[in-house]
Structure formats: structure tokens, C-alpha cells
Design a protein around this ligand. Structure first.
Ligand SMILES: [Zn+2]
Ligand SMILES: [Zn+2]
Length: 182
């Protein structure tokens, strides 16, 4: 996911980029590990503009993914969308302190990202944002009944008799207790 720097001028330009998850190493790895599945390409809707030496990129990033429901483990579709904002420079500006001495600041400390002068690569920034947006857990529905802890049956689709067995065992224990008391 890249923008050609030469295409960016002083007028704000709208750019819509859509790219398959294979182009995002961290996200692809996440998918390969089975943690989630990306159902649609990663989409970025951006406004880009050049002000002096700085190229400003801002807009939204959206992904549609499937995560396992935390109760029944069934794949659950989930769309996430968040803001992105980053300033890119080809060279770091010189920054001087109050005493006129030049300060050694990293790009990160200045809130800037360096680019090679030709291409603005958005992969790392987009990946970071998607990781922040991804929910840790999802529910397929508020009323999901989950899996039976005894037999593993998905209680949304089938019923099992494990709960009945537990109850009858408790009744049996109660009966014995009463017998002992006599
Ligand atoms: Zn569920
Ligand atoms: Zn069961």
C-alpha cells in the first residue's frame, strides 16, 4: 500500500486504496496463525496533501474480519474502522533548543515518519492501526449459549443432557444425606 510522492501537491487529494491482506506481513502472519481471517481487502480512504517538506496523510482504515466467538468458537464477522494520521518527511528538519544548540531528535520523537522521497509506504502504519482496532474477543450474539463444558456441544444449535445429569446427581446426594440423618 503505497502513494507516489510526486503525485501529491498543495491541493488536498482523495485516495482510496484497497489491498489484499497478503501485502501486509504482520496481518498475514496473524491470519496464518489462525487467530483471525480477513474476509475483505484492507481499505484505506485517505486525504493527502503536501505542506512545505511535509506530506500529511489522514483518513480511515477499514477491515472486515472473522474471529472465533469467545463462548461457542464459531467464526463471527466483525467490521472495524479507525482513523489514521501520519506526517511524512524525506529529511528530518533541524531542531534547535533555546540555547541555539542543535537537538538530536529521532523521527519518532518529532512525530514524523521518514520516506525515501519517492514512495510513501503505508503498510506499517496501517498494520499498527488495524492491530489497535482488532477486538480481543467477540460474541456471535449477545445471547450466545456457548459450548457445553462437559460434552462440547454447541448449545446454540443442539441441546445435550449433561445439565440434567448434574442435577440428578445432586438429587441423589441430597437423598443420601436425608437417609443418613434418619
Ligand atoms: Zn457464540
Ligand atoms: Zn453436554
Amino acid at each position: 500500500m503505497q502513494i507516489v510522492a510526486a503525485d501529491i501537491g498543495k491541493a488536498v487529494k482523495e485516495v482510496v486504496l484497497s489491498e489484499s491482506v497478503e501485502h501486509f506481513p504482520v496481518l498475514a502472519q496473524l491470519q496464518d496463525s489462525g487467530r483471525c481471517r480477513f474476509l475483505e481487502p484492507v481499505q484505506a480512504t485517505l486525504r493527502v496533501v503536501r505542506t512545505d517538506a511535509v506530506i500529511e496523510v489522514s483518513g480511515t482504515v477499514a477491515v472486515v474480519l472473522a474471529l472465533p466467538c469467545r463462548r461457542c468458537l464459531e467464526e463471527t464477522r466483525c467490521a472495524v474502522c479507525g482513523d489514521i494520521h501520519q506526517s511524512y518527511v524525506e529529511h528530518l528538519p533541524r531542531v534547535t533548543g533555546e540555547d541555539g544548540e542543535e537537538l538530536e531528535l529521532s523521527a519518532d520523537e518529532m512525530g514524523l515518519v521518514l520516506y525515501d522521497g519517492e514512495m510513501i509506504d503505508l503498510v506499517a502504519e496501517v498494520e499498527q492501526q488495524v492491530l489497535l482496532l482488532m477486538p480481543d474477543t467477540v460474541l456471535c450474539s449477545e445471547g450466545c449459549r456457548g459450548l457445553c463444558p462437559q460434552c462440547g456441544a454447541n448449545l446454540n444449535h443442539e441441546s445435550c443432557t449433561c445439565a440434567d445429569k448434574v442435577t440428578s446427581l445432586q438429587f441423589a446426594a441430597l437423598r443420601d444425606f436425608k437417609v443418613e440423618k434418619k
